[in-house]
Ligand binder design. Sequence first.
Ligand code: FAD
Length: 482
Amino acid sequence: MAEQGVQPQSVDLVVLGAGISGLTAARRAAARGLSVLVLEPEEQVGGRSASFDVAGVQVDVGARRLPSTLDPDVLEHLRGLLGDDLQTRPQRGRLRVAGQWISYPLRASDLAARMPRRLTLSAARGAARGPARRRHDDTYQGVLRSGLGPALYDAVFGPFARKLYGLEGAQLDPEQAHRLLASERPTRSAGQVLRRSRNREVVSPAAFLYPRGGFGQIPAALAQAAADSGARLVTGAPVRTLHARTDGVRVIWDGGEVHAAQAFSTVPLTDLGRVARPAPSAQVVQEAAGLTYRSMLLVYLVHEGGRWTSYDTHYLPSLDTPVARLSEPANFRTNPEDPADRTVLCAEIPCTLGDDLWESPDDVLAETVVATIAALGLPPVRLGGVRVRRLPKAYPVYALGYHQRLSGLSAWAERLAHVTAFGRLGLFVQDDTHHALRMGWDAADCLQLDGDVASPDHVVSLDHVAWQAARDRFRQHETQQD
Ligand SMILES: Cc1cc2nc3c(=O)[nH]c(=O)nc-3n(C[C@H](O)[C@H](O)[C@H](O)COP(=O)(O)OP(=O)(O)OC[C@H]3O[C@@H](n4cnc5c(N)ncnc54)[C@H](O)[C@@H]3O)c2cc1C
């Protein structure tokens, strides 16, 4: 599938990045008969949705839950590619709060029975005041403190922000709070349940979609489908320069170059700013230098002795440990091919590129995770091996003022002739996979073909009006609130 041989000199579409957004776009454009070339710097496709093998277990690099509320057209497409392998799964997680395990997704009964009374009361008072007060809040801390109450903020959401984003809640944009409230993560359910528990409503566990062979089965299937439709994928191909010209785009990478009528960029917007010509102005570059990403260490521990627990994820907001989540990939699916005598745990440790954690050797990181497990009273790990993956750009950080720092770079990218940027880091948004899928899908649909695709005279352009409408829809999910 991924090839290094003779590359075409000219294509209708070049796609930078073989993550889930780029692959979706490539597949959809190729299925319309367009010639498509995908360039990916890593050796594997999938980006932050990929999986790989550790001790015979498929483990995930980033994404692990596809919401079952996925758009029906995209879902139908994925079901067509994956069939019964795309399983609907109940969420089985636990959140550690105030020294207690609370089941996640949260159930009102569990919350009332297990959460310290002062937190429940504080949350209920905060929830009662909720939306009206939020309008006046201009930081993450302000939104969540006034919405959920100071006790709950201090126990869960404040430390969670510090750990996940490396900043105090008062240094984060309110968008961050809206994101957390709207996302599939425990914070959202806390808000929902706390409000609903006041109405004695019991929340049933949310379902999610997950492929039998690991989350990376989705991008792998998309890549195969794109290749079957005629798209060419080149891995190990970091893009060095992209020249945006009036007659199209010239892309140069380590190992080749191509002319394309259109380019889709799903690479980090700040990286596009470095490789694209005409380059952004010095002022835009200076402003964009203030945009930051949170890095992530993924520490995979092989546990000899069958399944470790029956949970898929343990969420750890407390600052007592640098670990934010502990998950067990085999519990996300039913797969008879998963080994019975061992499992793999994945510990997510957010950090900053180059800090002490980032620089820690693998064995020290493993010791940190094992010590965390012991301190929490979780079953001990019978360690059979360690693998560590380092993600330099895991989350775009919504620090206060990021909108202003981003605006010049975004405007520059929108003016680049024949180039369309989208995807999670392509737009510097904390979107999930279903959003990334949607973006790739809609971008491909915005390509207009003039003439017969089989004729060398055909012209491929972007319907800018349709794309602007799609961007407006993306902003809707970017600002979605609980
Ligand atoms: C730790 C973590 C956990 C997550 N959990 C979930 C979850 O449970 N559910 C969910 O829905 N979402 C989750 N997400 C978000 C999800 O991973 C992303 O929304 C999705 O993978 C984004 O896809 P994308 O194609 O936009 O970007 P990416 O997956 O980042 O793909 C971009 C691609 O571009 C490539 N690239 C980078 N630089 C260049 C360059 N210069 N030239 C060419 N290519 C380049 C990259 O290698 C990558 O393959 C999680 C993310 C992280 C980091």
